[in-house]
Design a protein around this ligand. Structure first.
Ligand code: ZN
Length: 495
Protein backbone atom coordinates (compact mmCIF):
# COMPACT_ATOMS: atom_id res chain seq x y z
CA UNK A 1 0.00 0.00 0.00
CA UNK A 2 1.26 3.44 -0.81
CA UNK A 3 2.12 5.35 2.35
CA UNK A 4 -0.90 7.36 3.32
CA UNK A 5 -0.82 10.28 5.70
CA UNK A 6 -4.16 9.34 7.25
CA UNK A 7 -2.68 7.98 10.42
CA UNK A 8 -0.16 10.76 10.85
CA UNK A 9 -1.03 13.45 13.27
CA UNK A 10 -2.89 16.66 12.58
CA UNK A 11 -1.12 19.58 11.02
CA UNK A 12 2.01 17.71 10.08
CA UNK A 13 -0.20 15.19 8.30
CA UNK A 14 -1.89 17.86 6.23
CA UNK A 15 1.37 19.50 5.21
CA UNK A 16 2.90 16.14 4.33
CA UNK A 17 -0.14 15.28 2.28
CA UNK A 18 0.00 18.44 0.21
CA UNK A 19 3.69 18.05 -0.46
CA UNK A 20 3.37 14.36 -1.21
CA UNK A 21 0.57 15.03 -3.68
CA UNK A 22 2.65 17.71 -5.37
CA UNK A 23 -0.21 20.13 -4.96
CA UNK A 24 0.33 23.82 -4.60
CA UNK A 25 -0.96 25.17 -1.33
CA UNK A 26 -4.27 26.52 -2.49
CA UNK A 27 -7.69 27.16 -1.15
CA UNK A 28 -9.03 27.26 2.31
CA UNK A 29 -11.13 24.68 4.14
CA UNK A 30 -13.28 25.70 7.04
CA UNK A 31 -15.92 23.87 8.99
CA UNK A 32 -18.32 24.54 11.77
CA UNK A 33 -21.42 23.45 13.62
CA UNK A 34 -25.01 24.39 12.87
CA UNK A 35 -27.55 24.23 15.66
CA UNK A 36 -25.01 23.69 18.43
CA UNK A 37 -26.68 22.46 21.61
CA UNK A 38 -29.91 21.46 19.85
CA UNK A 39 -31.05 18.00 18.71
CA UNK A 40 -30.21 19.13 15.15
CA UNK A 41 -26.55 19.89 15.92
CA UNK A 42 -24.54 19.03 12.83
CA UNK A 43 -21.29 19.87 11.04
CA UNK A 44 -20.87 21.78 7.84
CA UNK A 45 -17.74 22.24 5.77
CA UNK A 46 -16.68 24.77 3.17
CA UNK A 47 -13.86 24.85 0.66
CA UNK A 48 -13.01 28.16 -0.92
CA UNK A 49 -10.58 28.12 -3.88
CA UNK A 50 -8.13 30.96 -4.50
CA UNK A 51 -9.58 31.36 -8.00
CA UNK A 52 -12.90 33.21 -8.07
CA UNK A 53 -15.91 31.28 -9.28
CA UNK A 54 -19.45 30.27 -8.42
CA UNK A 55 -20.62 29.41 -4.91
CA UNK A 56 -22.44 26.09 -4.63
CA UNK A 57 -24.29 25.13 -1.45
CA UNK A 58 -25.02 21.41 -1.16
CA UNK A 59 -27.46 20.10 1.43
CA UNK A 60 -28.59 16.54 2.23
CA UNK A 61 -30.23 14.48 4.92
CA UNK A 62 -33.52 16.46 4.99
CA UNK A 63 -35.40 13.16 5.19
CA UNK A 64 -34.03 10.58 7.62
CA UNK A 65 -34.97 7.52 5.56
CA UNK A 66 -32.88 8.63 2.57
CA UNK A 67 -29.35 7.68 3.66
CA UNK A 68 -27.55 7.90 0.30
CA UNK A 69 -27.79 11.69 0.16
CA UNK A 70 -26.22 12.22 3.57
CA UNK A 71 -23.51 9.65 2.88
CA UNK A 72 -22.66 11.08 -0.53
CA UNK A 73 -22.57 14.57 0.95
CA UNK A 74 -20.09 13.42 3.60
CA UNK A 75 -17.90 12.11 0.78
CA UNK A 76 -18.29 15.33 -1.21
CA UNK A 77 -17.40 17.37 1.88
CA UNK A 78 -13.87 16.06 1.36
CA UNK A 79 -13.60 17.41 -2.19
CA UNK A 80 -11.78 20.57 -3.15
CA UNK A 81 -12.59 22.87 -6.08
CA UNK A 82 -10.37 24.70 -8.56
CA UNK A 83 -12.45 27.87 -8.42
CA UNK A 84 -15.29 29.30 -6.41
CA UNK A 85 -16.64 27.77 -3.22
CA UNK A 86 -18.26 24.47 -2.28
CA UNK A 87 -20.24 24.43 0.94
CA UNK A 88 -21.65 21.13 2.22
CA UNK A 89 -24.23 20.51 4.95
CA UNK A 90 -24.58 16.70 4.87
CA UNK A 91 -27.09 16.07 7.67
CA UNK A 92 -29.85 18.69 7.78
CA UNK A 93 -32.19 16.57 9.90
CA UNK A 94 -30.09 14.72 12.46
CA UNK A 95 -33.01 13.44 14.64
CA UNK A 96 -34.79 11.96 11.59
CA UNK A 97 -31.55 10.41 10.29
CA UNK A 98 -30.90 8.84 13.69
CA UNK A 99 -34.42 7.42 13.68
CA UNK A 100 -34.18 6.43 9.98
CA UNK A 101 -37.59 8.09 9.50
CA UNK A 102 -38.65 10.61 6.89
CA UNK A 103 -40.05 13.07 9.39
CA UNK A 104 -38.74 14.86 12.46
CA UNK A 105 -39.56 12.42 15.30
CA UNK A 106 -42.80 13.32 17.07
CA UNK A 107 -44.23 15.47 14.25
CA UNK A 108 -46.73 14.12 11.71
CA UNK A 109 -47.60 15.23 8.19
CA UNK A 110 -46.10 18.37 6.74
CA UNK A 111 -45.26 19.59 10.25
CA UNK A 112 -42.62 16.87 10.44
CA UNK A 113 -41.42 17.17 6.85
CA UNK A 114 -38.43 19.50 7.00
CA UNK A 115 -38.44 19.95 3.23
CA UNK A 116 -41.89 21.62 3.37
CA UNK A 117 -40.71 24.42 5.67
CA UNK A 118 -38.97 26.75 3.23
CA UNK A 119 -38.75 29.67 3.13
CA UNK A 120 -39.36 29.68 6.86
CA UNK A 121 -41.06 33.10 6.92
CA UNK A 122 -43.75 31.83 4.54
CA UNK A 123 -44.11 28.15 5.39
CA UNK A 124 -46.95 27.09 7.64
CA UNK A 125 -44.95 24.66 9.76
CA UNK A 126 -41.52 26.22 9.68
CA UNK A 127 -39.47 25.55 12.77
CA UNK A 128 -36.12 26.48 14.15
CA UNK A 129 -34.18 24.05 11.97
CA UNK A 130 -35.67 25.38 8.74
CA UNK A 131 -34.73 28.89 9.89
CA UNK A 132 -31.17 27.81 10.69
CA UNK A 133 -30.72 26.13 7.32
CA UNK A 134 -32.24 29.08 5.47
CA UNK A 135 -29.99 31.57 7.26
CA UNK A 136 -27.01 29.31 6.58
CA UNK A 137 -27.80 29.22 2.85
CA UNK A 138 -28.38 32.98 2.69
CA UNK A 139 -25.11 33.71 4.46
CA UNK A 140 -23.09 32.05 1.69
CA UNK A 141 -24.83 34.04 -1.08
CA UNK A 142 -24.92 30.98 -3.34
CA UNK A 143 -25.19 30.88 -7.12
CA UNK A 144 -26.48 27.32 -7.09
CA UNK A 145 -28.24 25.24 -4.43
CA UNK A 146 -28.34 21.43 -4.64
CA UNK A 147 -30.24 19.15 -2.28
CA UNK A 148 -29.72 15.35 -2.25
CA UNK A 149 -32.68 13.01 -1.73
CA UNK A 150 -33.93 9.49 -2.45
CA UNK A 151 -37.25 8.14 -3.72
CA UNK A 152 -38.74 4.69 -3.16
CA UNK A 153 -39.31 3.69 -6.81
CA UNK A 154 -37.97 4.29 -10.30
CA UNK A 155 -39.82 7.13 -12.02
CA UNK A 156 -38.82 5.86 -15.45
CA UNK A 157 -40.52 2.53 -14.65
CA UNK A 158 -43.81 4.29 -13.93
CA UNK A 159 -43.49 4.69 -10.16
CA UNK A 160 -45.32 7.59 -8.53
CA UNK A 161 -42.14 8.17 -6.56
CA UNK A 162 -39.66 10.80 -7.75
CA UNK A 163 -36.85 8.22 -7.43
CA UNK A 164 -34.07 8.51 -10.01
CA UNK A 165 -34.80 12.01 -11.23
CA UNK A 166 -33.23 15.42 -11.49
CA UNK A 167 -35.72 18.05 -10.32
CA UNK A 168 -34.78 21.49 -11.48
CA UNK A 169 -36.15 24.82 -10.45
CA UNK A 170 -36.04 26.71 -13.68
CA UNK A 171 -37.65 26.15 -17.10
CA UNK A 172 -38.26 22.61 -18.26
CA UNK A 173 -35.44 22.81 -20.78
CA UNK A 174 -32.78 23.98 -18.36
CA UNK A 175 -29.58 23.17 -20.28
CA UNK A 176 -27.68 21.98 -17.23
CA UNK A 177 -30.33 19.40 -16.41
CA UNK A 178 -29.90 17.64 -19.76
CA UNK A 179 -26.16 17.48 -19.15
CA UNK A 180 -26.71 16.04 -15.66
CA UNK A 181 -29.08 13.36 -16.95
CA UNK A 182 -26.65 12.35 -19.66
CA UNK A 183 -23.80 12.10 -17.14
CA UNK A 184 -25.60 9.95 -14.57
CA UNK A 185 -27.34 7.75 -17.16
CA UNK A 186 -24.05 6.88 -18.85
CA UNK A 187 -23.56 4.34 -16.04
CA UNK A 188 -27.08 2.84 -16.15
CA UNK A 189 -27.93 0.06 -18.62
CA UNK A 190 -31.54 -0.64 -17.62
CA UNK A 191 -33.84 1.96 -19.27
CA UNK A 192 -36.32 1.61 -16.40
CA UNK A 193 -33.67 2.71 -13.92
CA UNK A 194 -32.45 5.76 -15.82
CA UNK A 195 -32.85 9.21 -14.38
CA UNK A 196 -35.57 11.45 -15.82
CA UNK A 197 -36.20 15.19 -15.68
CA UNK A 198 -38.84 16.53 -13.30
CA UNK A 199 -39.78 19.93 -11.99
CA UNK A 200 -40.45 22.28 -10.47
CA UNK A 201 -39.51 21.23 -6.94
CA UNK A 202 -42.42 20.90 -4.55
CA UNK A 203 -43.62 24.03 -2.76
CA UNK A 204 -41.95 24.38 0.63
CA UNK A 205 -38.74 22.70 -0.47
CA UNK A 206 -35.40 24.40 0.03
CA UNK A 207 -34.59 24.33 -3.69
CA UNK A 208 -37.96 25.85 -4.65
CA UNK A 209 -37.50 28.57 -2.06
CA UNK A 210 -33.96 29.30 -3.20
CA UNK A 211 -35.20 29.60 -6.76
CA UNK A 212 -38.16 31.83 -6.00
CA UNK A 213 -36.71 34.01 -3.26
CA UNK A 214 -33.11 34.25 -4.41
CA UNK A 215 -33.63 33.82 -8.15
CA UNK A 216 -30.84 31.25 -8.37
CA UNK A 217 -30.37 27.87 -10.00
CA UNK A 218 -31.37 24.86 -7.94
CA UNK A 219 -31.52 21.09 -8.35
CA UNK A 220 -32.79 18.17 -6.31
CA UNK A 221 -31.04 14.93 -7.08
CA UNK A 222 -33.18 11.90 -6.26
CA UNK A 223 -31.74 8.39 -6.24
CA UNK A 224 -33.91 5.29 -5.69
CA UNK A 225 -33.45 3.19 -2.56
CA UNK A 226 -35.46 0.18 -3.77
CA UNK A 227 -33.31 -2.76 -4.90
CA UNK A 228 -30.09 -0.78 -5.29
CA UNK A 229 -27.12 -0.96 -2.91
CA UNK A 230 -26.06 2.16 -1.08
CA UNK A 231 -22.78 2.21 -2.96
CA UNK A 232 -24.66 2.59 -6.26
CA UNK A 233 -26.87 5.39 -4.96
CA UNK A 234 -23.97 7.31 -3.41
CA UNK A 235 -22.05 6.90 -6.64
CA UNK A 236 -24.95 8.41 -8.61
CA UNK A 237 -25.10 11.41 -6.28
CA UNK A 238 -21.33 11.89 -6.59
CA UNK A 239 -21.55 11.61 -10.37
CA UNK A 240 -24.29 14.25 -10.54
CA UNK A 241 -22.48 16.68 -8.26
CA UNK A 242 -19.14 16.15 -10.01
CA UNK A 243 -20.79 16.79 -13.38
CA UNK A 244 -22.40 19.96 -12.09
CA UNK A 245 -19.08 21.23 -10.72
CA UNK A 246 -17.36 20.38 -14.00
CA UNK A 247 -20.01 22.25 -15.98
CA UNK A 248 -19.59 25.24 -13.67
CA UNK A 249 -15.84 25.17 -14.27
CA UNK A 250 -15.15 24.38 -10.61
CA UNK A 251 -14.18 20.71 -10.54
CA UNK A 252 -10.64 19.52 -9.87
CA UNK A 253 -9.35 15.95 -9.71
CA UNK A 254 -10.82 15.41 -6.26
CA UNK A 255 -14.33 15.26 -7.76
CA UNK A 256 -15.72 11.76 -7.41
CA UNK A 257 -13.51 10.54 -4.61
CA UNK A 258 -15.00 8.80 -1.60
CA UNK A 259 -12.51 9.76 1.10
CA UNK A 260 -10.56 12.92 1.80
CA UNK A 261 -6.85 11.95 1.85
CA UNK A 262 -6.55 14.01 5.04
CA UNK A 263 -8.83 11.56 6.87
CA UNK A 264 -6.87 10.51 9.93
CA UNK A 265 -8.73 7.33 10.80
CA UNK A 266 -8.17 4.03 9.06
CA UNK A 267 -10.34 3.94 5.96
CA UNK A 268 -12.42 0.83 5.28
CA UNK A 269 -14.19 -0.09 2.05
CA UNK A 270 -17.26 -2.15 3.00
CA UNK A 271 -18.41 -4.08 -0.05
CA UNK A 272 -22.13 -3.83 -0.75
CA UNK A 273 -22.56 -4.76 -4.37
CA UNK A 274 -24.32 -7.98 -5.37
CA UNK A 275 -24.04 -10.97 -3.04
CA UNK A 276 -24.09 -9.00 0.22
CA UNK A 277 -26.62 -9.89 2.89
CA UNK A 278 -28.95 -7.68 4.95
CA UNK A 279 -26.58 -7.55 7.93
CA UNK A 280 -23.95 -5.37 6.24
CA UNK A 281 -24.88 -2.22 8.20
CA UNK A 282 -23.82 -3.96 11.41
CA UNK A 283 -20.16 -3.40 10.53
CA UNK A 284 -20.67 0.36 10.49
CA UNK A 285 -22.11 0.26 14.00
CA UNK A 286 -19.21 -1.68 15.53
CA UNK A 287 -16.27 0.13 13.91
CA UNK A 288 -16.37 3.66 15.34
CA UNK A 289 -12.62 4.11 14.95
CA UNK A 290 -12.76 3.52 11.22
CA UNK A 291 -14.03 5.71 8.44
CA UNK A 292 -16.32 3.24 6.69
CA UNK A 293 -17.61 3.78 3.15
CA UNK A 294 -19.76 1.44 1.08
CA UNK A 295 -17.98 0.41 -2.09
CA UNK A 296 -19.49 -1.45 -5.03
CA UNK A 297 -18.18 -3.15 -8.17
CA UNK A 298 -18.36 0.03 -10.27
CA UNK A 299 -16.23 1.90 -7.71
CA UNK A 300 -13.69 -0.92 -7.64
CA UNK A 301 -13.60 -0.94 -11.45
CA UNK A 302 -12.79 2.79 -11.27
CA UNK A 303 -9.78 2.15 -9.03
CA UNK A 304 -11.45 3.46 -5.87
CA UNK A 305 -9.59 0.96 -3.66
CA UNK A 306 -6.48 3.13 -3.86
CA UNK A 307 -8.26 5.47 -1.40
CA UNK A 308 -8.60 2.74 1.24
CA UNK A 309 -6.54 0.92 3.86
CA UNK A 310 -8.81 -2.09 4.16
CA UNK A 311 -11.54 -3.97 2.36
CA UNK A 312 -14.22 -6.03 4.12
CA UNK A 313 -16.50 -8.54 2.42
CA UNK A 314 -19.50 -9.32 4.66
CA UNK A 315 -21.96 -12.20 4.81
CA UNK A 316 -24.26 -13.08 1.93
CA UNK A 317 -23.13 -15.21 -0.96
CA UNK A 318 -19.47 -15.68 -1.84
CA UNK A 319 -20.23 -16.69 -5.41
CA UNK A 320 -22.66 -13.76 -5.68
CA UNK A 321 -19.98 -11.33 -4.53
CA UNK A 322 -17.52 -12.88 -6.96
CA UNK A 323 -20.02 -12.56 -9.81
CA UNK A 324 -20.74 -8.93 -8.94
CA UNK A 325 -17.03 -8.15 -8.95
CA UNK A 326 -16.41 -9.88 -12.26
CA UNK A 327 -13.05 -11.14 -13.43
CA UNK A 328 -11.51 -7.67 -13.65
CA UNK A 329 -12.83 -6.62 -10.25
CA UNK A 330 -11.43 -9.77 -8.63
CA UNK A 331 -8.08 -8.90 -10.16
CA UNK A 332 -8.29 -5.42 -8.67
CA UNK A 333 -9.04 -6.85 -5.21
CA UNK A 334 -6.04 -9.20 -5.46
CA UNK A 335 -3.82 -6.34 -6.58
CA UNK A 336 -5.06 -4.17 -3.69
CA UNK A 337 -4.07 -6.83 -1.15
CA UNK A 338 -0.80 -7.69 -2.90
CA UNK A 339 0.22 -4.00 -2.69
CA UNK A 340 -0.38 -3.94 1.06
CA UNK A 341 -4.13 -3.60 1.50
CA UNK A 342 -6.01 -5.38 4.27
CA UNK A 343 -8.64 -8.00 3.42
CA UNK A 344 -11.17 -9.22 5.98
CA UNK A 345 -13.81 -11.75 4.94
CA UNK A 346 -16.72 -12.80 7.12
CA UNK A 347 -18.70 -15.93 6.23
CA UNK A 348 -19.47 -15.34 2.52
CA UNK A 349 -16.50 -13.00 2.41
CA UNK A 350 -14.34 -15.88 3.67
CA UNK A 351 -15.68 -18.23 0.98
CA UNK A 352 -14.74 -15.55 -1.53
CA UNK A 353 -11.06 -15.73 -0.51
CA UNK A 354 -10.77 -19.55 -0.78
CA UNK A 355 -8.62 -21.51 -3.20
CA UNK A 356 -10.91 -24.21 -4.57
CA UNK A 357 -13.67 -22.28 -6.32
CA UNK A 358 -13.36 -21.17 -9.94
CA UNK A 359 -14.44 -17.73 -8.73
CA UNK A 360 -12.31 -17.75 -5.55
CA UNK A 361 -9.85 -14.94 -4.98
CA UNK A 362 -7.22 -17.48 -3.83
CA UNK A 363 -5.83 -15.03 -1.29
CA UNK A 364 -4.97 -17.68 1.30
CA UNK A 365 -3.89 -21.31 1.02
CA UNK A 366 -7.18 -22.71 2.31
CA UNK A 367 -9.84 -24.83 0.61
CA UNK A 368 -13.53 -24.92 1.37
CA UNK A 369 -14.23 -28.44 2.72
CA UNK A 370 -17.44 -30.48 2.39
CA UNK A 371 -18.75 -28.04 -0.19
CA UNK A 372 -21.83 -30.15 -1.00
CA UNK A 373 -23.17 -29.53 2.53
CA UNK A 374 -22.69 -25.77 2.61
CA UNK A 375 -26.31 -25.37 3.80
CA UNK A 376 -25.30 -26.90 7.10
CA UNK A 377 -27.45 -24.55 9.18
CA UNK A 378 -27.34 -21.51 11.41
CA UNK A 379 -27.18 -20.96 15.14
CA UNK A 380 -24.91 -20.41 18.10
CA UNK A 381 -21.86 -22.67 18.20
CA UNK A 382 -18.76 -22.63 20.40
CA UNK A 383 -15.21 -21.90 19.40
CA UNK A 384 -11.91 -22.16 21.27
CA UNK A 385 -9.16 -19.53 20.95
CA UNK A 386 -5.74 -20.65 19.83
CA UNK A 387 -2.80 -18.79 21.37
CA UNK A 388 -2.51 -16.46 18.38
CA UNK A 389 -6.24 -15.77 18.49
CA UNK A 390 -6.12 -15.01 22.20
CA UNK A 391 -3.27 -12.56 21.65
CA UNK A 392 -5.12 -10.83 18.83
CA UNK A 393 -8.71 -10.79 20.08
CA UNK A 394 -7.99 -10.64 23.82
CA UNK A 395 -8.66 -13.39 26.35
CA UNK A 396 -6.85 -16.58 27.23
CA UNK A 397 -5.64 -19.33 24.96
CA UNK A 398 -8.09 -22.18 25.29
CA UNK A 399 -10.99 -19.90 26.19
CA UNK A 400 -14.27 -21.19 24.74
CA UNK A 401 -16.68 -18.60 23.37
CA UNK A 402 -20.18 -18.66 21.90
CA UNK A 403 -20.37 -17.32 18.36
CA UNK A 404 -23.12 -16.92 15.77
CA UNK A 405 -22.66 -19.21 12.79
CA UNK A 406 -24.55 -19.01 9.49
CA UNK A 407 -23.27 -21.59 7.02
CA UNK A 408 -19.74 -20.24 6.91
CA UNK A 409 -16.93 -22.17 5.25
CA UNK A 410 -15.14 -25.22 6.64
CA UNK A 411 -11.53 -24.18 6.04
CA UNK A 412 -8.85 -26.81 5.41
CA UNK A 413 -5.31 -26.57 3.97
CA UNK A 414 -5.36 -26.06 0.21
CA UNK A 415 -4.79 -29.25 -1.78
CA UNK A 416 -3.76 -27.70 -5.06
CA UNK A 417 -0.66 -25.69 -5.95
CA UNK A 418 -0.67 -21.94 -5.36
CA UNK A 419 -1.94 -19.79 -8.23
CA UNK A 420 0.72 -19.11 -10.89
CA UNK A 421 0.50 -15.35 -10.76
CA UNK A 422 0.06 -14.91 -7.00
CA UNK A 423 2.57 -13.06 -4.84
CA UNK A 424 4.02 -14.87 -1.86
CA UNK A 425 1.36 -16.37 0.41
CA UNK A 426 2.46 -17.15 3.97
CA UNK A 427 1.16 -20.29 5.68
CA UNK A 428 -2.29 -19.79 7.22
CA UNK A 429 -2.30 -19.34 10.98
CA UNK A 430 -5.37 -20.64 12.83
CA UNK A 431 -6.79 -18.18 15.38
CA UNK A 432 -9.77 -20.17 16.67
CA UNK A 433 -11.43 -23.56 16.14
CA UNK A 434 -15.00 -24.74 16.43
CA UNK A 435 -15.63 -27.08 19.35
CA UNK A 436 -19.31 -27.65 18.54
CA UNK A 437 -21.13 -27.78 15.22
CA UNK A 438 -24.49 -27.64 13.49
CA UNK A 439 -25.71 -30.07 10.87
CA UNK A 440 -28.78 -29.65 8.68
CA UNK A 441 -29.59 -30.81 5.17
CA UNK A 442 -27.47 -33.91 5.51
CA UNK A 443 -24.40 -32.24 7.07
CA UNK A 444 -22.60 -33.96 9.93
CA UNK A 445 -22.40 -31.61 12.96
CA UNK A 446 -19.39 -33.48 14.32
CA UNK A 447 -17.43 -32.67 11.17
CA UNK A 448 -17.26 -29.02 12.25
CA UNK A 449 -15.47 -29.86 15.50
CA UNK A 450 -11.83 -28.86 15.23
CA UNK A 451 -12.36 -26.88 12.01
CA UNK A 452 -10.83 -23.37 11.93
CA UNK A 453 -13.27 -20.61 12.84
CA UNK A 454 -10.78 -17.83 12.04
CA UNK A 455 -7.47 -17.80 10.17
CA UNK A 456 -4.98 -15.30 8.84
CA UNK A 457 -2.04 -15.12 6.42
CA UNK A 458 0.07 -12.74 4.39
CA UNK A 459 -0.52 -12.14 0.68
CA UNK A 460 2.29 -10.18 -0.96
CA UNK A 461 2.63 -6.95 1.02
CA UNK A 462 -0.91 -7.32 2.36
CA UNK A 463 -2.70 -9.37 4.98
CA UNK A 464 -5.81 -11.53 4.93
CA UNK A 465 -8.02 -12.47 7.89
CA UNK A 466 -11.10 -14.68 7.59
CA UNK A 467 -13.94 -15.48 9.97
CA UNK A 468 -16.21 -18.42 9.17
CA UNK A 469 -18.77 -17.33 11.83
CA UNK A 470 -20.14 -13.86 12.64
CA UNK A 471 -18.46 -12.08 15.59
CA UNK A 472 -20.24 -8.87 14.51
CA UNK A 473 -23.58 -10.55 15.26
CA UNK A 474 -22.46 -12.04 18.60
CA UNK A 475 -22.93 -10.06 21.82
CA UNK A 476 -19.52 -9.26 23.28
CA UNK A 477 -17.50 -10.56 20.33
CA UNK A 478 -17.98 -7.52 18.08
CA UNK A 479 -14.52 -6.06 18.86
CA UNK A 480 -12.92 -9.09 17.19
CA UNK A 481 -13.77 -7.52 13.83
CA UNK A 482 -11.96 -4.27 14.64
CA UNK A 483 -8.96 -6.11 16.06
CA UNK A 484 -8.79 -8.35 13.01
CA UNK A 485 -8.98 -5.31 10.76
CA UNK A 486 -6.30 -3.50 12.72
CA UNK A 487 -3.96 -6.47 12.36
CA UNK A 488 -4.72 -6.84 8.66
CA UNK A 489 -4.15 -3.12 8.05
CA UNK A 490 -0.96 -3.11 10.08
CA UNK A 491 -2.19 -0.20 12.17
CA UNK A 492 -2.21 0.17 15.91
CA UNK A 493 -5.96 0.77 15.95
CA UNK A 494 -6.44 -2.18 18.23
CA UNK A 495 -9.39 -0.87 20.18
ZN1 ZN B 1 -36.40 13.38 0.34
Amino acid sequence: MAPRPVLATCLHGVATLLLAAGAALAGDRTSGVLGAGTPFETRWSAYRADEPGPTVVLTAGMHGNEPAGARAARQIAGWTVASGSLIVLPRCNEPALAAERRRIPGLDGDAGDLNRHFPPDAAEHAGDQAERIWEFVLAWEPDVVVDLHEGYGFRAAGSKSVGSSVITSRAADHPRRAMLLEAVNADIDDPERRFVALGPPVAGSLVRAASERLGIEGHLFETTHASQPLSTRCRQHRRLVASLLTDLGMADDSAGRLVDPAERRGVLALFDGGGTGPGTARFEEILPLWRVERVGPADIADGALSQFDALLFPGGSGSGQARALGEAGRGRVRAFVARGGAFVGVCAGAYLAMDNYSWGLRLIALDSHDREHWRRGKGTVRMELEAAGAALFGGDAGAVLDVHFAQGPMMVPAQGPPPDDAPERTAPEILARFVTGVGENGADPQMMVGMPAAARAGYGAGRVLLFSPHPEKTDGLEPAIGRGLAWAAGTDLVR
